[in-house]
Design a protein around this ligand. Structure first.
Ligand code: SF4
Length: 62
C-alpha cells in the first residue's frame, strides 16, 4: 500500500514559518502565511524528511 503524507492541522500551532518547507528535497510543501503547510502529493516522494523534522509531529507519513 502506498504511503501518504498527512498534515495534522490540529498539531500545528500555525504561528510561525514552517521550517520543514526547506527540508523537503522536492519542494512539495507549500505554506501560505503561517498556516499549516499543504503537501503537493504529485511532487512528494514520501521520503519522510519533513515528518522526522517537524517537532510537533504534524507531518505524518502513513
Ligand atoms: S515526505 Fe519528503 S518529499 Fe514528501 S513532503 Fe515530506 S520532505 Fe517532501
Amino acid at each position: 500500500m502506498e504511503k501518504n503524507l498527512n498534515v495534522i492541522i490540529e498539531k500545528c500551532p500555525q504561528n510561525h514559518k514552517c521550517p520543514a518547507v526547506n527540508v523537503c528535497p522536492v519542494e512539495a510543501l507549500i505554506q501560505e502565511g503561517f498556516s499549516a503547510p499543504r503537501v503537493d502529493l504529485d511532487k512528494c516522494i514520501r521520503c519522510g524528511k519533513c515528518s522526522n523534522f517537524c517537532p510537533k509531529k504534524a507531518l505524518v507519513l502513513e
